[in-house]
Design a protein around this ligand. Structure first.
Ligand code: URA
Length: 199
């Protein structure tokens, strides 16, 4: 069974699409291999491209703040993106880039096998819904709701929420955003039933 570092090393030599030519650093993802929750964004932005780390710009600061509200740090979770290289000028990822890169995310998820996947924004939500055979409508319809899918011989919960950059752009969404994170916090609190619960 591979581990996250092996996948990251492979990403750092990737030439499966043309983005490697224009990026500064590959951004494979960061956090814990034992994470119960994985946050998935769209693609690295300027700061992430410079540092090789996901969500280290202003959107990342908001993500850190929201994590702390539910008693988590970045070390407790795993944070990554659908694309591991920055598209020039933060343009939308092209279908062939998603096709070339998506397998890395799938492999990362297979290694971690999280209980919960939080999709940050429409793009990640659309990708993750398709991956798990769910129908994606629009982020405003599904945000903050909990979906469930079969994965890795068990179940995974999928929680689509707005991208933190959208909340920075519309600060009036921040209260609702906190509530969305509390939903994730509550899911993590729920203990898995053991044999003793049935005796
Ligand atoms: N936006 C994203 O979708 N991902 C990042 O890592 C940073 C900004």
């Amino acid at each position: 069974m591979e581990n996250l570092e092996q996948i990251a090393e492979e990403i750092r030599t990737c030439r499966r699409c043309d983005l490697y030519r224009v990026k500064t650093n590959y951004v494979p993802g960061s956090g814990s291999e034992k994470a119960e929750v994985v946050f998935v964004g769209e693609a690295p932005g300027r700061e992430e491209d410079l540092k090789g780390e996901p969500f280290v710009g202003n959107a990342g600061k908001l993500l850190n703040e929201m994590l702390s509200k539910i008693g988590l740090t970045r070390n407790d979770v795993f944070i990554c993106n659908v694309l591991k290289c920055r598209p020039p000028n933060n343009r939308d990822p092209a279908p062939e880039e998603v096709e070339a890169c998506g397998r890395y995310l799938e492999r990362q998820l297979e290694v971690i096998r999280p209980k919960i996947i939080v999709c940050l924004g429409r793009f990640a939500a659309n990708y993750i819904f398709n991956l798990f055979g769910l129908e994606f409508t629009s982020i405003s319809k599904v945000k903050g709701k909990v979906f469930e899918a079969e994965a890795w011989g068990g179940k995974v919960k999928i929680v689509p929420i707005y991208h933190p950059a959208a909340v920075l752009y519309r600060p009036q969404l921040k209260k609702e955003y906190e509530e969305n994170f509390r939903v994730v916090g509550k899911l993590l609190e729920k203990k898995q039933p053991t044999l003793f619960d049935y005796l």
